[in-house]
Design a protein around this ligand. Structure first.
Ligand SMILES: *[C@@H]1O[C@H](CO)[C@@H](O)[C@H](O)[C@H]1NC(C)=O
Ligand SMILES: *[C@@H]1O[C@H](CO)[C@@H](O)[C@H](O)[C@H]1NC(C)=O
Ligand SMILES: [Zn+2]
Length: 498
């Protein structure tokens, strides 16, 4: 009995990384990136608001030099309009709100049906969250131009424009950019201004910055499947969680850790040399392992809007000479395209209908991953990003309907699974008595790529209950086992504020 439990624990242990990562907490509040210290390292200077201790003249000269070759805010607006006038059928410009100084936060949607709500997934790219990290805003305009130029010529460009609503916000912080500072016009770091899962800071909506409010409203308006924010100061793809409950620097994976490591690696491996990093294995990092932050935008996206967001550090130098921009674009182009493409080219997607053909905004869960996404309200469409090469049990549920599940062996490409849910007329409708073991997905080695198998809800409930009980037992045993293990010596990591 014990042995079989242990065996199960081994198999299930990956599911509980989420819980176990939080174990062994020694509370310590003095060791975090929370107070936003600015660190210098590796001989490289990270600019901050208080960075310039020089005469005003030198300071202004330096700002001039920094700006050379970069677009001003009005240049940026013109550049967006240019793309829009060259490719009016696949683009539109709109504003998501205004900055503290009243500058419109302009976004561009690129799609074969811009502005139309349909069953396609939406992806967003956000640049220039930190005013002194302007590479992202330049790359996003290069991306928009590239898609405009290559639609119907390049297959990936065509796949993206035809299959995804790509929303680009080149600058989330135009005031910070104009002032050459990290924070916005009120000196607030926007990437610390979001609600936090552990600390109730920023919970007062009225005290939040206008840029942050605009982002929150935007995410409510549009049902984004995934997104990425472009930063500078390092070369790495960062994924959730960004903070830990005890403020310690520690690996803290979210329920979709595997999915995120897949997405981050997709970016780093498509990049010219991100994955060759000596500092970050494979060019990716868990945010809390690197340095914890609180009130960041990335975790908020995953927790509250069902959107899988990465934080991409795309150049060691926050403000490189503008002559380097074409090279940096070249290094990032395939990564950016592959990441956007991944929302339709990987994972499991489909639509959910009632048996009389009505689209349903059902909940989509994956057994073993404590996270659900909602299917679209109007079309019942869902896009569930997942690491490839794994077996998944997808569960679609909706109040008033009997849940259904599908067993999918996910290859490198995407799998399409549609669900038709029957109204739940009676909870004791059928007394079918298959043994419990049958209720889980059964995969034998010869199973073809995709097995879709629908079972009655009652069996699933029993098996889920059993599963939860087993999981709990495993958790207890793992805890015990861990208590007996010696802690790994902490590797000192460098500090940075990116
Ligand atoms: C990537 O290439 C750039 C430009 O050649 C170089 O400055 C940087 O150090 C390289 N990074 C890695 C991790 O190889
Ligand atoms: C699942 O996640 C929720 C938060 O989204 C949390 O409250 C709950 O405890 C988690 N359940 C397990 C079994 O980890
Ligand atoms: Zn940044």
């Amino acid at each position: 009995m014990i042995f079989s439990l242990l065996f199960l624990c081994l198999n299930l242990s990956s599911l509980f990384r989420f819980s176990s990562g939080r174990g062994a907490a020694i509370r310590s509040y003095n060791q975090s990136g929370y107070d936003d210290k600015i660190y210098g390292h590796s001989g490289r200077r990270l600019y901050s608001d208080n960075d310039f201790q020089m005469s005003e003249e030198d300071y202004n000269a330096r700002l001039e030099k920094l700006a050379q070759g970069y677009m001003s805010n009005s240049d940026l607006e013109k550049a967006m309009q240019e793309v829009n006038s060259r490719c009016p059928n696949i683009s539109r410009i709109y504003s998501i709100g205004k900055s503290a100084l009243g500058v419109p936060l302009l976004a561009m949607e690129i799609s074969d049906s811009p502005g139309k709500i349909d069953a396609e997934p939406s992806f967003k790219f956000v640049g220039n969250v930190h005013g002194n990290e302007p590479v992202g805003r330049e790359l996003l305009l290069l991306l928009a131009n590239w898609l405009c130029d290559n639609y119907l010529k390049d297959s990936l460009a065509t796949t993206i424009v035809d299959g995804v609503h790509l929303h680009i916000l080149p600058s989330m912080n135009p005031d910070g950019y104009a002032l050459r500072r990290r924070g916005n016009a009120n000196h607030i770091d926007l990437n610390r201004d979001f609600p936090d899962q552990f600390f109730p800071m920023n919970d007062d909506m009225d005290l939040r910055q206008p840029e942050t409010k605009a982002m929150l409203n935007w995410m409510e308006d549009i049902h984004f499947t995934a997104s990425a924010t472009l930063h500078g100061g390092a070369l790495v793809a960062n994924y959730p969680w960004d903070g830990t409950e005890d403020k310690k620097r520690d690996y803290f994976g979210c329920p979709d850790d595997k999915t995120f490591r897949f997405l981050a690696s997709l970016y780093s491996r498509s990049h010219y040399n991100m994955s060759l990093s000596k500092e970050f294995p494979d060019g990716i990092t868990n945010g809390a392992f690197w340095y914890p932050i609180y009130g960041g935008m990335q975790d908020w996206n995953y927790i509250h809007s069902g959107c899988f967001e990465l934080t991409l550090e795309i150049s060691d130098d926050k403000w490189p000479d503008a002559s380097e921009l074409p090279t940096i674009w070249d290094y990032n182009r395939m990564s950016m395209l592959n990441l956007v493409g991944s929302v339709i080219k990987t994972g499991i997607h489909g639509r959910v209908f009632s048996s009389d053909g009505k689209p349903l905004p059902a909940s989509i869960a994956i057994r073993g991953i404590n996270y659900t996404i909602a299917a679209g309200k109007k079309f019942g469409e869902y896009y569930r990003l997942l690491a490839p090469g794994e077996k998944y049990e997808v569960i679609a549920s909706m109040p008033g309907y009997r849940l259904k599940r599908a067993c999918v062996i996910l290859g490198e490409g995407a799998a399409t699974v549609d669900f038709v849910l029957d109204p739940d007329t009676s909870s004791t409708l059928n007394g079918s008595s298959r043994v419990l073991e049958d209720a889980g997905c059964y995969f034998d080695s010869k199973t073809s790529l995709q097995v879709v198998d629908f079972l009655p809800a009652t069996q699933l409930e029993i098996s889920l209950l059993l599963f939860v009980m087993l999981g709990f037992l495993c958790l207890l045993m793992q805890r015990r086992a861990r208590r007996n293990q010696k802690q790994m010596p902490a590797v000192p990591r460098r500090a940075a504020v990116i």
